[in-house]
Design a protein around this ligand. Sequence first.
Ligand code: ADP
Ligand code: ZN
Length: 742
Amino acid sequence: MSASISLTPPNFASLEQALKHYFGYEQFRPGQRQIIEAALQKQDLLVIMPTGGGKSLCFQLPALLQPGLTVVVSPLIALMQDQVQALQDNGIGATFLNSSLSAAETRQREASVFRGEVKLLYVAPERLLGDRFLPLLDQINARVGVTAFAIDEAHCVSEWGHDFRPEYRQLRTLRDRYPEVPVLALTATATDRVRQDIVAQLELNQPVVHVASFNRQNLYYEVRLKPRGAYSELLQFVQQTPGSGIIYCLSRRRVDELTAQLQRDGIAALPYHAGLDDQTRRENQIRFIRDDVRVMVATVAFGMGINKPDVRFVVHYDAPRNLEGYYQESGRAGRDGEAARCILFFGYGDIKTAEYLIDQKPDPNEQRIARQQLRQVIDYAEGTDCRRRIQLGYFGERFEGGCNNCDNCLHPQPIEDWTIEAQKFLSCVARCREKFGMNHIIDVLRGSKNQKVMQYRHNELSTYGIGKDRTADMWRTLGRSLLHQGLVAETTDGFPVLRLNALSWEVLRKQRSVAIAVPRAVDEMETTSSTRAEIEVLFGRLRHLRKQLADEQSVPPYVVFADSSLKLMAQLQPQTLEQFSKISGVGSHKLKQYGDRFIAEIRAYRQEQGLTLLPLVAPSTRPVPAPPPSTASAASPTHLLTLELHQQGCSPADIAEKRNLRLSTIYDHLGILIESGHPINVTELVPVERQQQICHAIQTVGDDSLRSIRDKLGETFDYNEIRLVRAAWRRSLDPAPNSGLE
Ligand code: ADP
Ligand code: ZN
């Protein structure tokens, strides 16, 4: 430890000079100066800054400019060591006490605190509150004085945050013992609920609250549709992007598979997930931080412990579950303020898996909220507005205009003036008394006669049917953009209801115009700007498919569809059954018989071309459910007996024994029960992680053959669990008509 630290800090002409002296920086980042001034006035503080915003300096510099010792509470040993190391490298008296030290080392460090050589002492909360430390702190306070307590990662006090740690709750002891010592709480968590909790739990005294902008200007955001050969695109991206990166996947198995693939292709990559033992995880992390490996492939469990400032890219290879998660995870890029890229690979298959998993959640309220959050992720991915604007809007921060550092800003879709449509839309929200969600508003605008519209007599509203001239998809594009632009609000409790805000009224009063970026593919299904040659290519593929279908039935191709129908398909590229049904030559029979196959071909083509894809089944246009597959015969009395025993809490093995039937028969029963809509909680029978893996296999090989699914998964999976998950999977694709959200 440097012995040059004196008890009285040196005088500086300005805070900037001190900043330069200790840290070598020329100027403060936004907010730092005000926070430091408040700290020097001994105010309590709550500092909310995004990761990489420069929180540490906010308590470090005041610590150096005042006599006495600042105690820093920090939850993670790795973080503590990093920060102390960085301070010592700057010649600053800093040290830590935690369980990794020997008794002798601890005594040595304590002695140097008493000698006044230490300005910043880092401690883990459990150590701080232990029997031994508090009396020591009393002595330190008497000898050198405690200047402030800085509580890092303060959201850990809150059960509403994502990292609740009960020992953080006891930190209020500090307030009781040292009422005159100011407390600085710092966090990167954005939600209001957690903020309030921090103030209450730590008994902050009229704190100065500083909420920094969550805009991370140095991050570039992009969404890519996940094509069939997504891996080669990912590989290319990793090869072409210099520097370290993190790739997130949803499951451990996917992490392991992808790591192996990347390694085979010559990328220095390591896995990181909760299935690895602590030792391996630590080692992998250290090798990443030290640049021994360039890429970390991780599940989202890859927590806040990672303190690598120079991560140059974060790829989400699977869709995130909600936007807050996406913001925090992608935010691990570019903490040093240098440019970094955040890429989301967005595939509808992932969304199906996510929906499937949501369906398995036992609590309907949790399900609703998860569904709404997933909807927001889809809206983000399909959105045409500035990605930054969408993200910041999610945290209640308004960002006007475009950022010029996201894909939508750099490659904008054509902008159109939709003021009149916006007025129709918003006035319909008003007429429906701000009690309904987007799909219902669109139904009313388009003059739907569905049960809900009739039940509320919304067919009598003046806005009923005034939007017939636009497709439901177009209205959804508008509605989504209004939300993203903050021109209408939506409740977030899982019952997404549209509400007017001040800006909505400006639009309604003609004080504000509305422009939206219109994705070409959605635009009324009119001939897209695809060139003739592109249309020819798709036409060729559709002919090929027609030939295949014709051969299967031993009929000539024109019986399947006429050339003219195929031409229209190639031009209009319908992507949903509803759109397909409008092609000339498609009747209800052919729709049923061939719709799915042709749509799949068209979507595959569009995906390969990087063209926009619509959700397969827009909630408002859910087609008549297809007849259940042949295995899904309706439940008969023998099935219902199994159900009864299951509901009494018998395991499948118990039931098999009681009924003197084979175990596989019982699983058959359970599968049929699930498919026919009986409430069976699959998660009680198959762990979620395994369900995820089975879903991935189904996505790859289809759901027809249990055998191919099993082959894909390997021998550690048995047919029984696959059968159950496949049943739930099928069920989730075809939910009961009234189970969907408004
Ligand atoms: P946080 O804790 O908010 O995630 P840090 O305190 O770790 O962020 O700061 C992130 C990075 O920014 C660090 O490398 C830090 O040294 C650097 N930094 C902080 N303040 C400044 C500044 N005023 N000028 C330049 N770099 C800064
Ligand atoms: Zn942008």
